[in-house]
Design a protein around this ligand. Sequence first.
Ligand code: A2P
Length: 335
Amino acid sequence: MNTSKNEKRKFKIAVIGATGLVGSIMLKVLEERNLTDNEIIVTASERSIGKKLTVAGKEHTIVSVEDAIAAAPDFALFSAGSGASLKYAPLFAKNGTIVIDNSSAWRNFDEIPLVVPQINGEVIKPTDKIIANPNCSTIQMVMALAPLHQKYGLKRIVVSTYQSVSGTGVQAVNQLMQERAGEPCGKAYPHQIDLNLFPHGGAFEPNGYTTEEMKLVHETRKILRAPQIQITATVVRVPVIGGHSEAINAEFEKEFEIDEVIRLLNEFNGIKVIDNPTQNEYPMPLTAHEKDEVFVGRIRRDESQPKTLNLWCVADNLRKGAATNAVEIMEWLME
Ligand code: A2P
């Protein structure tokens, strides 16, 4: 790290998987936040080495992961899949680099912090070298619930997600668009997704839930440091390109007032309330497109039982659900 008294500190930042759906948005977010003044190193798989990528108007050559490790960057933002994370994150860490990993590879290890900076940035210790970025659906749900949990204490969450195809990857986006155009296509899913939806995200586990559903359970408890919260989830894949939506039913330990719930949400950094149903105003995937905030609406009391709230939340799954949160973890550490 270069520092001098009156100069802004310069960092070396590597993006692993820079050509991918999330990696390319990481680069965009770095540019938007004026972080491309730092030294940027871009890597991808072997087939992309030597190709050029333009970042903030400047051409960068894609280097091998090995070369990126040897450059000993201050930070490595990973979005190249779990296999690459498991293989390379420890090598970066050994060389002194702080890894912020978007895959699910490291999230469930007790000693690895799982971080949404607005909620639990302080769990990162100076000695931590690998930090996990949570799953996209978890990030937006904990963002919407954290300020309420702090005040009223979460007891139980029932969540149904409406997840867009970009969460699966570029192949799934192609499947949707080609099915829509009536063209033959490769299948990212076992079923047609256009004009359809299915209650299936990730792989089925022996308990009948999917990996995506269980991420919502385990990751939420870890981030909120509240293993006692009861959580049950149903993940649905919908024919939307980008932006995940969630219908959340949350039961609290304490009584709440709707006005105060709205105030707490509005005051929370990174949340925007859009809740004017009589004017047809509520968050939708198109509302969240290319935005960094988590949008919350349809805030209302569950009239079927006390101390229980219904709300709807939407976020750009590639932004706050992935790239933006990773960059925000890095910004937290830079500060
Ligand atoms: P490449 O473009 O060379 O295949 P996505 O999540 O959109 O599928 O993107 C995955 C990203 O991870 C791409 O940038 C891809 O590079 C990169 N990648 C995949 N496998 C590896 C690997 N083993 N080492 C480094 N980068 C990888």
